[in-house]
Design a protein around this ligand. Structure first.
Ligand SMILES: NC(=O)c1ccc[n+]([C@@H]2O[C@H](COP(=O)([O-])OP(=O)(O)OC[C@H]3O[C@@H](n4cnc5c(N)ncnc54)[C@H](O)[C@@H]3O)[C@@H](O)[C@H]2O)c1
Length: 246
């Protein structure tokens, strides 16, 4: 018996890093998982690994900030696997750019990929999730949403926006047994690399003295996908190594 037997999940940004870790954990716990990413080859590798576990999967190349592409990707995922119970909005980018010198395009890209994507992907699956009478939406924010950071106005604004979206959406869908929550990880050891001096300073802030591992965050995303998450409504979980204690 897995904790997600007979569940159907969609995980964005699942070709690498945290998204891959969550997708694989969900599959090990019995879920069929659609792997969405702009990295086609990486998504295909993860989907193949999920099928090796005996679960159904599909790799879909998509830019999560593109409305038409997201709608097409969600339709393809549902055609292949059925209506989803679980959506993890994980895909994201990071750049460091102090505000005075920031190009407008840099700001817009951040909002499109890290915030608008959460709206687009969630809106595309909500009708099917409501019809199923069981939904879990897990939005990956960041501890930077709470704390800010040098050169991070765009990233912090987008990730704080994800928290606000999470709380407001919870008002709209909790009555249909859809639990919406956010996770705000601290710095992780993934492909999402910051400039070395920035990363070193960041690490010094951490009470635990090291970056987090994907395996230390994915179990929170598992909890939030299960029946046991029903009473968590619009909350944020903060596995961050002591960077922000709340
Ligand atoms: N790494 C960290 O220190 C850290 C800390 C807090 C929060 N986060 C958040 O965790 C999430 C996962 O990050 P990660 O550390 O695993 O990074 P990662 O770079 O390893 O993974 C991000 C994935 O998102 C995909 N992606 C990026 N833009 C996309 C787009 N437009 N369309 C589709 N896919 C796209 C990438 O191809 C990649 O597979 C992100 O939302 C990130 O902001 C990361």
């Amino acid at each position: 018996m897995g904790q997600l037997d007979n569940r159907i999940a969609i995980v964005t940004g699942a070709a690498t890093g945290l998204g891959r870790g969550i997708a694989m954990l969900y599959a090990r716990e019995g879920a069929d998982v659609a792997v969405l990413d702009r990295n086609k080859a990486g998504a295909e590798t993860v989907a193949a690994a999920i099928e090796q576990l005996g679960r159904r999967s599909i790799a879909i190349e998509v830019d999560v900030g593109d409305e038409d592409a997201v709608n097409a990707a969600m339709t393809a995922a549902m055609d292949r696997l059925g209506a989803p119970n679980i959506l993890v909005n994980n895909a994201g980018i990071v750049t460091v750019s102090p505000m005075e010198g920031m190009e407008t395009a840099t700001w817009d890209d951040m909002m499109r990929i890290n915030l608008k994507s959460v709206f687009l992907c969630t809106r595309a699956v909500l009708p099917a999730m409501r019809a199923k009478g069981y939904g879990r939406i897990i939005n990956i924010s960041s501890q930077i949403a709470h704390k800010g950071g040098f050169g991070m106005t765009h990233y912090a604004a987008a990730k704080a926006g994800v928290i606000g979206l999470t709380k407001s959406l919870a008002h709209e869908v909790t009555g249909d047994n859809i639990a919406v929550n956010a996770i705000c990880p601290g710095p992780l050891d993934t492909d999402m690399k910051l400039p070395p001096d920035w990363a070193a300073n960041k690490q010094n802030d951490l009470v635990i003295g090291r970056q987090g591992r994907v395996e230390e965050i994915a179990p929170t995303a598992l909890l939030l996908a299960t029946e046991n998450a029903a009473f968590y409504v619009g909350t944020t979980f903060n596995p961050n190594g002591g960077d922000v204690m709340m």
